[in-house]
Ligand binder design. Structure first.
Ligand code: PRP
Length: 210
């Protein structure tokens, strides 16, 4: 069986749907009452593990899963030693620098940047030669400039609603994001045929063309 690390939550639901459409179903996974974390469908040749999105690269890099689905944001932040096989074309959003519309960058001091993605933020500003002070948060990043904890944020923008409802705006786009199929390097060597078959089935999806 091919072992797949599925990200729990919003992205995971979409990802499971496209895997199901591609012929790799495991209906039990959709049971809203289940607390199970492992789901197997021997007939379809797949086992799914439901993991926290940021942990997907860990399971795949260390070979606990053969494949995983992770946002490009997670891959850029953690740089796991895995193969990135496919852009699934879902979970599309943008990594952005955001803040107040009238934000003025006082270059006489370090820019305070609140983020869940310190590596991405650091690389972005390093390239610009801008000295920054990273404030690592784990959620509700938009609060940081509102409370003057930071000057700007480096965060995911999907619909833009969270920024709008908090009177903030996109100041710069860092990188576009979407979900990627990633593969353990050893698994690729040993299961290349099954994995290639799965990639072909996923690539056929109509949504991929969008
Ligand atoms: C993400 C992100 C933004 C929001 C953007 O947060 O960090 O806060 O979604 O989406 P939008 O542009 O559609 O409003 P998430 O929902 O993951 O929660 P968090 O605050 O715990 O990070």
């Amino acid at each position: 069986m091919i072992r797949i690390a599925l990200p729990k939550g919003r992205l995971g639901d979409k990802v499971y749907d496209i895997l199901e459409q591609a012929g790799y179903s495991c209906p039990q996974i959709k049971d809203p009452d289940t607390r199970k974390l492992v789901f197997e469908n021997p007939a379809a040749g797949v086992a799914y593990f439901c993991v926290k999105p940021t942990d997907v690269p860990v399971y795949v890099e260390r070979g606990a899963a053969d494949l995983g689905i992770a946002g490009k944001d997670i891959l850029l932040e953690y740089s796991p030693d895995v193969y990135e096989l496919l852009d699934l074309g879902i979970g599309k959003c943008r990594m952005c620098i955001a803040g107040y519309k009238d934000f003025y960058d006082d270059r006489s001091r370090a820019l305070r940047v609140a983020t869940k993605f310190p590596h991405i933020a650091r690389s972005y500003y390093e390239e610009k030669g801008r000295d920054i002070d990273i404030i690592k948060l784990h959620g509700s990043i938009e609060l940081a400039p509102i409370l003057s904890l930071s000057d700007v944020i480096c965060d995911i923008v999907e619909t833009g609603t969270t920024l709008r409802e908090n009177n903030l705006t996109v100041l710069a786009e860092v990188v576009p994001i979407s979900a990627r199929l990633v593969c353990n390097k050893v698994s690729w060597q040993f299961h290349q045929d099954e994995i290639s078959k799965m990639m072909a089935a996923l690539s056929k999806r109509e949504a991929m063309k969008k």
